[in-house]
Design a protein around this ligand. Structure first.
Ligand code: TPP
Ligand code: MG
Length: 546
């Protein structure tokens, strides 16, 4: 006779087994019993001010821990969560979205009367089907274990979100207890395809005079950054990161050429990538921003394109070739080479210019970003919001041991502040440095209260440029203005942290010193910049889009 448990208990156990130690969410009557089970478990429940922000936090958590989870109530909760899960789907982030639901026993005869239902009871699951790799409505307790295992498996395998609805009267229904969690997650391997792909790639590489690597975030997601680093060190090939893989490659590596976004970012990376006669595109998902908003001219005939489990060279497709193994074999086959990048062009030189604060001088955006780059230090994780913050952060030169998180494809503004909460729970030893525009901040600012409530210690730079500057730079009209807030007063209202409002270079220094001295506290810095004071990369973006 199998051991028995409850459906809710089964789901909680699986979450524990796959490494979820924090779950983000907002309760509601349809999901209270499941929240009780979470509270009794080893998983910490982190309440956020709304479901969208819980989703953002779970997304960021998943990017660092390999999986994240969020739990909300039916309808009002699940629909509020939607945008965060759509972002996770777009950016390949494994988030398990769990939602309570009205009792099945009531749905039969009273569906139209049940609160929070929009349209009909299964509508939310139908909608979630479009933005997840799998959904399930746990309507049969005996079948629930297989269903839970199936969707969790798909979440981890495809590294994309899934949706589980657990009706209130199923939470405590009996089912078989879970065994060990031990599914085969390995990427399928076709040994012959691997050998042929490596052979073809090496023969191209041998003839190349200017080979280069364009490396994306798949290495971080698969936890195989070391394979890439070994290849880069042995081959000496010039390498650029994408915006989303920024920080993955130590930026002091002699062959690191900067972050690539064609005409938007560094000239060095542009030349290295666009002048390469063989370009190894490894673990990159092409998006408009990582081809410089279509300002690039990458030629497919010169590319060796390897992603999670396939390789494409010219018109040859090799399936079931795991990225890590492919790069491993390339490292074995490639000749040892020296770095070709001219030291003079190394991106680290952007830090050569001395920054001497001029205490009474009005702060400009150029000087602010120059100073911020010199503030970033080991142990921090830069969490940049969509808009100028992501662009300018990508143009920074990061010290070793600093990574960057940005939703650089889906670009939902307001993501960064709640995301920093997930980052801190996933990487407690790190200090998030949030860079967020005033427009973005107005979307999700309540989460300052969650940061304070959980004694988190981010440094938050709120860039007050009086509205939607990234839109102003393309085309300006009154709709890019926003209500002016006394942003620096919010930490006091929410109940903690240190807060500063800076308008001069001297004031910025005082705030940065406080951030350095108070490492265990949230430090909030409202940075006042002119509404038409466009930072350098944003100016380029404006020119491109105009
Ligand atoms: C949720 C969401 N709504 C609207 C947009 C469209 N949008 C893109 S950038 C932007 C303005 C960003 O302004 P702000 O955060 O102040 O950054 P700035 O460019 O001023 O530094 C808007 C409204 C979006 N990307 N995401
Ligand atoms: Mg703004």
């Amino acid at each position: 006779m199998n051991k028995r448990t409850t459906v809710g208990g089964y789901l909680v156990k699986r979450l524990e087994q796959i490494g979820v130690s924090h779950i983000f969410g907002v309760p509601g009557d349809y999901v209270l019993k499941f929240f009780d089970l979470l509270e009794e478990s080893s998983i910490d429940v982190i309440g956020t001010c709304n479901e969208l922000n819980a989703g953002y936090a779970a997304d960021a958590y998943a990017r660092f821990k390999g999986v994240g989870a969020v739990c909300v109530t039916y309808g009002v909760g699940a629909f509020s969560l939607f945008n965060a899960i759509a972002g996770a789907y777009a950016e390949y982030v494994p988030v398990i979205a769990i939602c309570g639901g009205p009792k099945l026993s009531l749905r039969k005869d009273h569906e139209g009367l049940l609160h929070h239902i929009a349209g009909y009871a299964t509508l939310q699951e139908e909608i979630y089907e479009k933005i997840t790799v799998s959904t399930t409505l746990l309507s049969d307790a005996e079948k629930a274990p297989a269903e839970i295992d199936r969707v969790i498996n798909e979440c981890l395998l495809f590294r994309r979100p899934v949706f589980i609805e657990i009706p209130a009267d199923i939470v405590q229904a009996q089912c078989d207890a879970p065994g060990v969690w031990d599914p085969d997650m390995s990427i399928p391997l076709d040994d012959k395809a691997l050998k042929e792909a490596v052979k073809e790639a090496l023969s191209m590489i041998k003839k190349a005079k200017r080979p280069a690597v364009y490396a994306g975030a798949a290495f971080t997601k698969l936890g195989i950054e070391d394979e890439l680093l070994r290849f880069l060190k042995r081959s000496g090939f010039d390498v650029s990161s994408t915006m989303s893989s920024k920080g993955m490659i130590p930026e002091n590596l002699p062959n690191f050429a900067g972050t690539y976004s064609s005409k938007l970012l560094s000239c060095t990376s542009r030349h290295v990538i666009e002048d390469a006669d063989v370009l190894l595109v490894l673990g990159v998902i092409f998006t408009d921003f990582n081809v410089g908003l279509f300002t690039s001219s990458l030629v497919q005939e010169k590319m060796i394109y390897a992603h999670v489990k396939s390789v494409r060279i010219k018109n040859h497709y090799y399936e079931n070739v795991p990225l890590g193994l492919f790069v491993h074999e390339l490292t074995r086959g490639v000749l040892e080479g020296n770095c070709r990048l001219n030291e003079k062009n190394h991106p680290s030189h952007i830090l050569d210019a001395a920054y001497k604060p001029r205490p009474g001088a009005r702060l400009t955006s150029k000087r602010f970003w120059m100073r911020l780059n010199r503030f970033i230090e080991k142990g921090q994780i830069v969490v940049a919001d969509a808009g100028s913050a992501t662009l300018e952060s990508a143009a920074m030169h990061l010290p070793e041991g600093v990574s960057m998180l940005a939703q650089d494809f889906y670009l939902s503004i307001g993501y960064s502040l709640p995301a920093s909460i997930g980052v801190k729970f996933a990487k407690p030893e790190s200090r998030p440095v949030v860079i967020i525009g005033d427009g973005a901040f107005q979307m999700t600012c309540q989460e300052l209260s969650t940061i304070i409530r959980n004694d988190q210690n981010p440094v938050i730079f709120l860039i007050n440029n009086e509205g939607y500057q990234i839109e102003r730079v393309i085309y300006d009209n009154v709709y890019n203005d926003i209500q002016s807030w006394q942003y620096h007063k919010l930490p006091e209202i929410f109940g903690g942290g240190l807060s500063f409002r800076v308008g001069t270079e001297g004031e910025l220094e005082e705030a940065l010193n406080a951030a350095r001295e108070n490492r265990d506290e949230m430090v909030f810095i409202e940075v006042c910049l002119g509404r038409f004071d466009y930072p350098p990369t944003l100016e380029k973006l404006g020119r491109t889009l105009r």
